[in-house]
Design a protein around this ligand. Structure first.
Ligand SMILES: Cc1ncc(COP(=O)(O)O)c(C=O)c1O
Length: 378
């Protein structure tokens, strides 16, 4: 895989230069030829709707998955090697890690674990909705706090709302707005909350952490390992490109992890998913190349919207939020008709479209579609 990714980055210079020029073939920009037999979306459909990694897993991961498949007749064990590798990455112990079927499973589990009829969930609006939706379907109280004028999570207002809460879900960077808070500001909030509301647990979702380039951002995982009131979640779905294999993890104090475990599959995941994550986690060139390719494609599509006069919000992620000056559902339907899938509408964002970052080639083709759609009056 490293070879494929590297070739991709080498091709970036050429592809980047021709972003709005002549079409570039997917293979030229590392459209990573899929492993034999792998199922890819129809060639002409550009999927920019779910913040997925546009590159299919490379040969290192595929080989590991095929080997693991030979153990498919056995129940999974405790995925010890992967847990050890994750723990080492964050400088914590294995007892601080809980694997989940995607980090989504762990977000979902956090609601019955820490929220009840007297202790509400506090979450941003809009934010990644798993916790909010789970609390609503369980009939549990939710305090939603609107994002601020720059579309950042309103940290001071969320802190105000958090007195007596069971759980604060803090998505950093936030999906769907792409905005990030410096880590030390979140730590200060956690410290203040500890005085005022010592029972409240803060869950920081770091799904997009790899894409953040600010020096003010670092992972809260080491602190989560020793602080009973903090949990960090991470996923293999984004930079590692394993969304279809459903694997993520939480980092927390052993007591908090035990509470979370009660309503999960206890970290017993398919052997293939565990093998894929283990093969990917140590591949630093994969991470570097993915971050670089995402940045190049994101910069190019941002410029193309700006050239057309549309506002693009700063993003630390593999998606952008654009004010398309029309109903997002209309923009979405018009793009879909022309073979480009973009994100669904989000509460509180009446004229905004969330667009995931694909390959440079995909973004080049999508830019032509966006231009056509936006040329029509809203
Ligand atoms: C902020 C955030 N958290 C969690 C998830 C869920 O990821 P996973 O695939 O690990 O369930 C997503 C998926 O898009 C996300 O955007």
């Amino acid at each position: 895989m490293a070879l494929t990714r590297r070739r991709f980055v080498e091709a970036l210079g050429v592809a980047g230069a021709s972003f709005l020029g002549s079409p570039v073939r997917a293979e030229q920009v590392g459209g990573s030829p899929a492993a034999p037999g792998s199922v890819q979306p129809a060639l002409d459909l550009i999927k920019l709707d779910q913040n997925e990694n546009p590159h299919s897993p490379g040969s290192t991961v595929s080989k590991a998955v095929m080997e693991a498949l030979t153990q498919g007749n056995r129940y999974p064990k405790n995925a010890g090697d992967l847990v050890t590798a994750i723990a080492k990455l964050h400088g914590v112990a294995g007892e601080n890690i809980l694997l989940g079927s995607g980090s989504g499973e762990l977000l979902k589990a956090s609601v019955p674990a820490f929220v009840d009829s007297r202790r509400a969930l506090v979450a941003g609006l809009p934010t990644f909705e798993t916790c909010t939706n789970t609390a609503r379907s369980l009939g549990l109280p939710v305090r939603e706090v609107a994002v601020d004028a720059s579309l950042r999570l309103d940290l001071p207002a969320m802190e105000d709302a958090a007195g007596g809460a069971g759980l604060v879900f803090f998505c950093n960077p936030n999906n769907p707005t792409g905005t990030t808070w410096p880590t030390k500001e979140i730590e200060a909030m956690i410290d203040r909350l500890a005085q005022r509301s010592p029972e409240t647990v803060v869950m920081v979702d770091e799904a997009y952490a790899h894409f953040v380039e600010s020096k003010d951002y670092w992972s809260l995982a080491p602190r989560a390992a020793r602080d009973r009131r903090l949990i960090v979640t991470r996923t293999f779905s984004k930079v590692f490109g394993l969304a279809g294999l459903r694997i993520g993890y939480a980092v927390g104090h052993p007591d908090t992890i035990a509470a979370l475990k009660l309503t999960t599959t206890s970290g017993l995941l398919p052997v293939t998913s565990v093998a894929a994550a283990l093969a990917a986690i140590g591949d630093e060139s994969l991470i570097r190349d993915q971050v670089q390719s995402n940045r190049a494609a994101r910069t190019a599509i941002t410029k193309s919207f700006q050239n057309l006069g549309f506002k693009v919000f700063p993003s630390d992620t593999n998606f952008i939020l654009v004010d398309v000056q029309r109903k997002p559902e209309d923009f979405r339907a018009a793009c879909r008709e022309r073979g480009v899938m973009v994100g669904r509408p989000f509460p509180g964002l009446p004229s905004h479209a969330r667009i995931s970052i694909g390959t440079l080639d995909e973004m080049q083709r999508a830019a032509t579609v966006f231009k056509t759609v936006l040329a029509k009056t809203a």
